[in-house]
Write a protein that binds this ligand. Sequence first.
Ligand SMILES: Cc1cc2nc3c(=O)[nH]c(=O)nc-3n(C[C@H](O)[C@H](O)[C@H](O)COP(=O)(O)OP(=O)(O)OC[C@H]3O[C@@H](n4cnc5c(N)ncnc54)[C@H](O)[C@@H]3O)c2cc1C
Length: 139
Amino acid sequence: MIARKTKERSSQDITEAKAVICVGRGMEKQADIGIARQLADLVGGAVGCTRPISEELHWLPDDLCIGLSGVQVKPDLYIGLGVSGQIQHVTGIRGARVICAVNKDENAPIFQAADLGIVGDLYDVTPKLIEELLKATSR
Ligand SMILES: Cc1cc2nc3c(=O)[nH]c(=O)nc-3n(C[C@H](O)[C@H](O)[C@H](O)COP(=O)(O)OP(=O)(O)OC[C@H]3O[C@@H](n4cnc5c(N)ncnc54)[C@H](O)[C@@H]3O)c2cc1C
């Protein structure tokens, strides 16, 4: 039997976003994407993801997958949260002006591509980033 599969699409076009917060497999559960959304809202950006997040886990729509088999982004700011930085992903972020990465593995390949790297647990680092941004925006 041949079945037509409708791809779920997001309402946002991340290829035009000025900031992209990318969710990687370092996120433990779908509900945790909320912290990426919070960060994205604060910087006026959109949430994107790596392929395992969309294709394997189906936590986000396919058109938010960044990379070789996804879309290319060109934001002023890209922040990868728990993204390893395999070449098939990095290929999609080369157009970003500033690449930041949070990864608990200091040897993660994403740090080779990053302008700013934070070695740490995204669950510790992201709330701190949000807190600092909230302080800065309320001044
Ligand atoms: C033909 C082909 C095409 C592909 N196309 C794409 C594509 O378009 N886009 C794409 O993204 N991938 C693509 N891939 C898959 C790609 O090779 C990688 O497997 C994928 O990018 C890995 O996704 P990830 O970084 O989310 O997961 P992982 O590689 O599993 O990395 C997770 C990272 O999270 C870190 N981490 C874990 N827990 C935490 C924590 N609490 N805090 C901080 N860091 C943490 C780990 O140290 C690790 O580096 C393709 C592969 C092939 C073969």
